[in-house]
Design a protein around this ligand. Structure first.
Ligand SMILES: NC(=O)c1ccc[n+]([C@@H]2O[C@H](COP(=O)([O-])OP(=O)(O)OC[C@H]3O[C@@H](n4cnc5c(N)ncnc54)[C@H](OP(=O)(O)O)[C@@H]3O)[C@@H](O)[C@H]2O)c1
Length: 336
């Protein structure tokens, strides 16, 4: 099968930073689906692993943690899906990625792909949906349908995760949603996705939210550059508020949360699959739930940039765009 991977940690401008490969077809384990991949999207984790992990023994490693495809084979214990089903999922960080014609994934972390979306538009959603949903409902513990009279600041609103988090917060809660964006096009994007207000993260956030008519917020979803913004996030949160973080947030000083009794919540959407937690099938269920909202016309795709077929040249362009920190919505690719 065709695949795209890397062997060496070259900068993305290097022609071999990502390479086209021909690999053996994989064989499903008991709970695995064998999926013929039709479309993928690209996430910052792809370039972070490419930059930091050294594949052992010169063996190429395949990246990519978002796919839409058709079930072409099933393991002996599979019970949720059948041959021919069209599925969407993010996969597991300790298994080969989705940038390959055939891919294995545990059925418990898979949902039926929304039928109202094209393959590329659906591939934009899984990883960021899992992240945003788990952050809002499992970590910050916002009640579904709740949040009346409360507010959330979404830092990095126009990025992949922000683009779906804004929509989930609007469609599934009553929270007032204030997003951050620094450019005209990303500001408009956040408003179109449902943000009540957008503030610029390149100016002091406390003054910016006040200018938008919000004194302080109950929740912060810090989706990027937490280290840079940390002290301002502490400032804008109400006493007893909650800070949700999905990036590394290297070096933040949690003692600064104490004065206001702020809680800190870390989210990693790979935790459930990595540790095979007893509730890991919750990821399949929530992808199904959000897929139904998509088909009901309440959530739209976050795909913004379609870079063509899934090959090393186009994936290098995708990594370069994400590494620039200026991606808007999601970058998607379809077909081999
Ligand atoms: N823990 C998890 O499970 C998980 C899951 C997914 C992602 N992540 C991590 O979360 C981070 C965000 O992921 P993503 O996919 O949303 O990224 P992304 O799509 O690459 O984010 C791009 C957006 O970031 C905004 N941005 C750039 N610099 C900023 C700054 N200094 N302050 C605030 N916003 C800024 C940009 O907005 P403007 O152009 O408007 O400035 C741009 O739209 C990454 O570090 C990723 O690795 C973690």
């Amino acid at each position: 099968m065709k695949a795209v991977g890397f062997i060496n940690n070259f900068p993305i401008a290097h022609p071999e930073s990502l390479i086209d490969l021909t690999l053996e077809n994989p064989i499903p384990g008991p709970r695995d689906l064998l999926v013929r991949v039709r479309a993928v999207s690209v996430n910052p984790v792809d370039y972070k692993i490419r930059q930091s992990r050294s594949p052992s023994g010169g063996k190429a490693e395949v990246l990519g943690w978002d796919a839409v495809g058709i079930v072409e084979g099933v393991g002996g214990e599979v019970c949720r899906f059948n041959l021919g089903d069209r599925v969407y999922y993010a996969g597991a960080i300790n298994r080969p990625g989705t940038n390959s014609e055939l891919h294995l994934v545990d059925e418990r972390i898979v949902g039926a792909a929304p039928h109202s979306l094209s393959d590329a538009d659906a591939a934009a959603l899984p990883l960021t949906t899992l992240t945003a949903y788990e952050l809002l409902f499992d970590r910050l513990r916002v009640a579904k349908g709740g949040g009346a009279g409360q507010s959330i600041l979404v830092v990095g609103g126009a990025g992949g995760v922000g683009s779906i988090l804004i929509q989930l917060a609007r469609q599934m809660t009553q929270l007032q949603v204030i997003a951050t964006a620094s450019r005209d096009e990303t500001r408009k994007w956040c408003l179109d996705l449902g943000a009540h207000a957008v503030v610029d993260h390149s100016v002091p956030l406390g003054a910016a939210i006040k200018a938008a008519g919000v004194e302080q917020v109950d929740y912060v979803a810090s989706l990027t550059q937490t280290t840079q913004h940390f002290e301002q996030l502490v400032e804008v949160l109400k006493p007893q508020g909650a800070l949700g973080v999905i990036d590394e947030a290297v070096g933040i000083d949690s003692t600064k949360l104490m004065l206001k009794s702020l809680s800190l919540h870390r989210e990693l959407m790979f935790t459930r699959s990595l540790f095979q937690t007893p509730d890991m099938q919750e990821q399949g269920r929530l992808l199904q739930e959000v897929g139904d909202l998509v088909d009901a016309g309440r959530i739209k795709t976050t795909a913004h940039t379609h870079l063509g077929k899934i090959n090393a040249d186009n994936l290098r362009r995708a990594h370069a765009l994400l590494e620039s920190g200026r991606a808007q919505g999601k970058v998607v690719l379809a077909g081999f």
